[in-house]
Design a protein around this ligand. Structure first.
Ligand code: B12
Ligand code: SF4
Length: 454
């Protein structure tokens, strides 16, 4: 049996490999005899690429991954695949079809949708030779009707998963374009990993999507398993840096300390970064993490308005915690990147300006300003449903406002976002590092990719 997994990323080149399908591919290789390939358009967006792949290959099963802003591109891939080979089974998975399966089935080329985690579900589809009748986690079309199999429980022990199938991805390009630790050193060679799945928080712009994909409980890989992955990555690709992409990496302090102790004992000598939550940061924890190689933290700050943080985002952090986190990190000489969102429902222009000013004055090295985008099925989406466009192409929080805000036109919001970036990166205390970044060769290439998001 021949399987292909497609990651139809056309919009923004990124140094972050698509770990979801790389995990599925590795799992299929480990536990079945099928032939599996990954087709990733991240570095080859030419219109003929996908057509030529399907012209020259016959696949029994085509799996396509989709986040909301990628859905239209994903559906085009499905159309090409079905046209070239009407007998192939087309399964779509990932965040978008998981939260909007019925909507996804409106496309005639989609035969099945995988709800949630994909490894065990896809394996069973392969083992059943494409027969979907009793495969948990699958919804499928039969005689024009949608049949909904029951949900599959998430994999209990994440250590059972083989490491992602990096060899099926264009890893040379990913390593070259990886930018997460640029503010530490633009010459670092690194990649991203995922050490846990799930998040217990309930931010309105994110949940219940994450719970729908990964279940309600947070699952963590063992520190030994993580160490093995890092060792393997260093052997295979000579990395000297990495990032934990986990949403809430420091949620379990004991686990994080275990990982750090393991990294130190193994003498791994890798520089790394991770996402933190301002309400969970302590000096003692960050000190331990730094001794294991931590060089940068990423903090979801979102807004300088406590009203927006509490009433609109349900973020469960305070601005005091944010300030304290930055002070602790800077005293440890760590780089800090802040994430901010502009244009929440009910947010005033004054509040947006306050957020930009707060970011500018905070002692952080990098800032990302995105546009508040209530993704389908999130609590924020449900609450402000009538204000939101239904064109999924528009759901891109780097670029388009999807909310119709009375006193704030999309043009004005985009202007404010650009202004935020300029004020932040051209402020006297950052201008030198901004120019330094732009004038190193590797920094320049990666900065160009980032600029596409402005
Ligand atoms: C790292 C990350 C990124 C990275 C890299 C993403 C990548 N995959 O290349 C970067 C920073 C580039 C990124 C970008 C964006 N991201 Co992002 N990202 C994440 C994050 C934190 C981790 C992704 C990950 O690796 N997860 C671990 C793997 C194992 O899970 P997975 O990818 O979901 O795959 C599993 C299942 O979904 C399923 N599955 C996935 N694909 C398929 C395919 C088939 C056929 C099957 C059967 C199953 C299946 O099986 C997989 C294994 O179990 C998630 C949140 C999270 N914790 O998952 C958000 C998340 C995926 N991102 C999200 C979004 C919206 C974006 C953006 C679209 C934002 C934007 N610009 O508007 C952009 C995409 C732009 C682009 N075209 O590249 C949303 C998606 C929500 C939605 N409704 O679509 C998430 C869920 C965050 C959130 N809580 O809202 N992201
Ligand atoms: S935004 Fe982050 S902290 Fe909030 S629910 Fe989503 S993953 Fe968890």
């Amino acid at each position: 049996m021949k399987v292909v997994l497609v990651f139809p990323r056309y919009k923004y080149p990124s140094g972050d490999p698509p770990l979801g399908i790389a995990y599925i591919a590795a799992y299929l290789r480990e536990y079945s005899n099928c032939e599996v390939e990954i087709v990733d358009t991240t570095f080859n967006t030419s219109p003929g690429y996908i057509s030529s792949i399907f012209k020259h290959n016959d696949y029994d099963i085509v799996g396509i991954s989709a986040m909301t802003p990628m859905i239209n591109d994903a559906l085009k891939v499905a159309e090409i695949a079905k046209t070239k080979n009407p007998d192939s089974l087309i399964i779509m998975g990932g965040p978008h079809p998981t939260v909007l399966p019925e909507e996804t089935f409106k496309d005639k080329n989609i035969d099945a949708v995988c709800i949630g985690e994909g490894e065990a579900t896809f394996l069973e589809v392969v083992q059943n030779n494409g027969n979907l009748e009793d495969v948990k986690g699958i919804w499928f079309k039969k005689n024009g009707r949608i049949l909904k199999n029951s949900r599959r429980n998430p994999i209990g022990n994440l250590d059972e998963l083989p490491f992602p199938a990096w060899d099926l991805l264009p890893m040379d390009k990913y390593l070259k374009n990886w930018y997460q630790l640029d503010s530490v050193d633009t010459n670092l060679v690194g990649t991203s990993i995922i050490a846990s799945r799930g998040c217990p928080y309930v931010c309105t712009y994110c949940q219940p999507t994450l719970r729908t994909i990964f279940g309600t409980k947070i699952r963590k890989r063992s520190s030994d398993n993580i160490l093995q992955e890092l060792t393997r990555l260093r052997e295979k690709y000579n990395i000297n840096a990495f990032m934990f992409q986990d949403d809430t990496f420091i949620i379990d302090e004991k686990w994080v300390r275990d990982i750090c102790a393991n990294i130190i004992n193994a003498g791994l000598d890798l520089k790394w970064g991770c996402n933190v939550r301002a309400n969970l940061v302590t000096k003692s924890l960050l000190t331990k993490m730094k001794s294991a190689g931590l060089r940068k933290i990423f903090v979801g700050i979102e807004s300088a308005s406590q009203r927006i943080l509490d009433d609109i985002y349900n973020k469960k952090i305070t601005l005091e915690q944010v300030k304290k986190t930055v002070i602790i990190a800077k005293n440890l000489n760590l780089k800090v990147q802040g994430y901010f969102m502009l244009g929440a429902p009910t947010e005033s222009v004054a509040e947006i300006k306050k957020t930009i000013k707060f970011a500018k004055n905070l002692d952080i090295d990098e800032a990302t300003f995105s546009i508040t985008t209530p993704l389908p099925n999130t609590d924020l989406y449900k609450k402000f449903n009538e204000l939101i466009t239904k064109d999924f192409d528009e759901f891109d929080y780097y670029r388009n406002p999807v909310l119709n805000l009375n006193d704030l036109s999309p043009k004005k919001l985009s202007f404010l976002k650009k202004k935020g970036y300029l004020e932040f990166y051209l402020s006297p205390k950052r201008i030198t590092s901004t120019l330094k970044m732009l004038f190193t060769l590797s920094g320049f290439q990666k900065s160009m990719n980032k600029l596409k998001r402005l």
